[in-house]
Design a protein. Sequence first.
Length: 92
Amino acid sequence: MYGFIHLPETCAYSAAVGSRPQEITRLWDAVRSCDGMIIGTPEYNHGMSDVMKNALDWLSRPYRNSPIKGRAVLTFTASSAFTGGVRASSAE
């Protein structure tokens, strides 16, 4: 079984938030229910989009309790530049 997840655009990550917003809880539940993920993103200003960065920030925390932990993850990027999106994959 597979599915697509539309990333929430309004939930910027903040460690100061007491609880996860409802959109992020749905994203967490979807990730926890899968064996692996395929994540694709265009290169945007030499990196990944803010929406993707926020989603990964939410999914990678809290430390040691991330829903990504133990999941197989494949990432791919795209760009019209000759680099083909490599800068989005290696964005810090």
